[in-house]
Design a binder for this molecule. Structure first.
Ligand SMILES: Nc1ncnc2c1ncn2[C@@H]1O[C@H](COP(=O)(O)OP(=O)(O)O)[C@@H](O)[C@H]1O
Ligand SMILES: O=P(O)(O)OC[C@H](O)CO
Length: 576
């Protein structure tokens, strides 16, 4: 099957004849596709039929998050693998009830939370540390040091499309190398492997046979050159990372290999798709033409605008990222992305930490009990703010409280914060890519919240098209896997899927321009107040060690002065 030159959706590829279909289906007559969706909060395994992509089974479990210190987010890589296996087993039971068997699954696609970084021992296959999750900010001191040297947060932007931020994998690998002796040792012995979650999953499924990633995940590391789509030697040197540690970069859709791990429920199945989860939902939403835009509302919120074959470099805080590359010989399609680190996570916080909500699923009910947020604004900058601010020193704020404020107002303000953050992105996106963004395709669990969708339309002044597909991310990954040359289970048919199969609920704006601008102006004032809140990073155990290492390289007089300052600090922190 020839590669399909998306996004020019008119680049037609002939339908397979029934003879060809029989041939390619000879091994797997039912042509099912499985998807591992490893999100920050939830792991799901689902199974789709082809070529109509009906979901016939799905099983999810929540993944624990470990927060050893404020701003640190970790996950257990072994729990990830066990959960994936559990979900796969449960889904396989479901398909068996429907008359299928595991051998009907022709291939499996993987989509994952991006930037989250894992290092492991190539010999034992064991993780050398917990996964450091994308929103973790332990590397903020390193970021500050790099910024002090290079001056410009966009120093690597032309090469990578990304600003220097705690968000990206390079900083996390550097931290692991600098702070975890087991990692340092493994690197010395040439046994250390590193990667994003997709690489870890594939390494495990193939018993260490494959150490690979795809171009979308690699484009989120701050180590990949967007032009060559390979690891950049200058960046590797800058972060002190050996190329041997890193996976080989592939396209998103090709036959990578088979699951060989005999403990995996997926043993014997071909792996033919890898895609970061936000790129997968861009595909799943059929945003395949330049200018088409989607926003996914999950723990975070990620708005991507397809910019076609040319990377567009942002001057206003958007990221330039690879959207997809559907085969080794297919062209690379790029996107501009506005990333919001806290969306649904704000609701989880209201539920689990401050207990204003019994369940984030009930946010709509609670927020709907009041007609407005009562002029309360909630900026959930728990670990700083991502796009377009990129401020690691911002912290959360709830402002505008009066004696009349009820918890319902705060819940409503949390929903509005998701909408205002999206508006922040839209403001810049339009200036950057020049496309008239006249509607947004919305997906993700949070979009079941009708009030959120209406508030989004009212805040952005744009119609929101909510996909009725249960999961655009998994759907995008399923299409990507089924499209791979040699698997040939589907032809990527944006037009047909768009108009015939996927249905949308539409939410139209009900506010006037003046109302929108007034409220948005207040949001911007609230944001201003939370920027730069953190003046000095708190010293942690580990960065105290790094601090001492740094001190040992300074002249003695400075050392004495610094030690005196630390002593004063520790005396001051002793409680009476
Ligand atoms: N039905 C729902 N209504 C509103 N919010 C929801 C609902 N279900 C989940 N959420 C929110 O969505 C977020 C998690 O979505 P999920 O898709 O599981 O995340 P992830 O992509 O991080 O794995 C949570 O932060 C939770 O607050
Ligand atoms: O797991 P999600 O849906 O919050 O997505 C996380 C993103 O991929 C992080 O960049």
């Amino acid at each position: 099957m020839s590669g399909i030159n998306l996004p020019s959706s008119s680049a037609e590829v002939p339908f397979r004849t029934s003879e060809q279909r029989k041939m390619s289906f000879s091994e797997n007559p039912c042509g099912l596709v499985g998807v591992i969706d490893e999100g920050t909060k939830t792991i799901t395994f689902s199974v789709y039929t082809t070529p109509d992509f009906k979901e016939i089974a799905s099983h999810s479990v929540e993944l624990s998050i470990i927060t050893p210190q404020d701003g640190w987010y970790e996950q257990d890589p072994m729990e990830m693998m066990n959960s994936i296996n559990h979900c796969a087993k449960e889904s396989l039971k479901e398909i068996e009830k429907k008359g299928y068997s595991v051998s009907d699954i022709a291939s499996v696609g993987i989509t994952n939370q991006r930037e989250t970084t894992i290092v492991w021992d190539a010999v034992t296959g064991k993780p050398l540390y917990n996964a450091i999750v994308w929103k973790d900010i332990r590397t903020s001191t390193t970021v500050e040091k790099i910024l002090a040297k290079v001056g410009d947060p966009n120093h690597f932007k032309e090469t990578t499309g990304l600003p220097i931020s705690t968000y990206f994998s390079a900083l996390k690998i550097k931290w692991l190398n600098d702070n975890v002796p087991a990692v340092k040792q493994a690197i010395k012995k040439n046994r250390c492997k590193a990667g994003t979650v997709d690489s870890w999953i594939i390494w495990n499924l193939t018993n260490g046979g494959l150490h690979i990633t795809d171009v979308t995940n690699a484009s989120r590391t701050l180590l990949m050159n967007l032009c060559t789509q390979n690891w950049d030697p200058v960046l590797l040197r800058t972060f002190g990372i050996e190329q041997e540690m890193l996976p080989r970069i592939h396209s998103c859709s090709e036959i990578f290999g088979k699951v060989t791990n005999d403990r995996s429920a997926l043993q014997g199945i071909v792996i033919s798709g890898i895609l970061g989860n936000q790129q997968a939902s861009l595909l799943g939403q059929m945003c395949v033409k330049p200018g088409q835009t989607k926003n996914t509302y999950r723990s975070g919120c990620f708005l991507l605008c397809n910019t076609g074959y040319q990377p567009v470099f942002s001057r206003h805080g958007m990221l330039t990222t690879v959207a997809y590359k559907l085969g080794p010989k297919s062209p690379t399609v790029f996107a501009l992305e506005g990333s919001v680190s806290v969306a649904g996570h704000a609701l989880s916080w209201l539920q689990n930490k401050v207990r204003l909500l019994p369940d984030s699923k009930e946010a709509e009910k609670y927020a709907d009990m009041v007609p407005t947020s009562g002029d309360v604004y909630f900026v959930p900058a728990f670990t700083g703010l991502y796009a377009p601010y990129w401020s690691q020193n911002a912290r959360g704020i709830i402002i505008g409280l009066t004696q009349f404020t009820r918890k319902n107002h705060i819940v409503r303000a949390a929903l509005e914060s998701i909408c205002f953050q999206t508006r922040d992105i839209l403001e810049c996106m339009h200036q950057e890519c020049g496309y008239e963004i006249n509607k947004i395709h919305a997906d993700g669990k949070l979009t079941t919240n009708n009030l959120l969708m209406q508030l989004q339309a009212d805040t952005a002044g744009l119609p929101i098209f909510r996909s009725q597909l249960t999961d655009s991310t998994a759907f995008g990954a399923a299409m990507c896997a089924a499209h791979a040359e040699g698997i040939n289970l589907c032809r990527f048919e944006p037009e047909r899927r768009y108009y015939e199969n996927v249905h949308y609920d539409t939410f139209l704006p009900t506010t006037t321009v003046a109302e929108r601008e007034e409220r948005y102006g207040k949001w911007k004032r609230a944001v201003e107040r939370c920027l730069g809140w953190v003046i000095k990073q708190k010293k942690t155990k580990t960065n105290t060690a790094a601090y001492h290492r740094m001190l040992s390289s300074l002249p003695a007089s400075i050392f004495i002065m610094s030690s005196f300052a630390m002593l004063v600090h520790s005396v001051a922190s002793v409680k009476p």
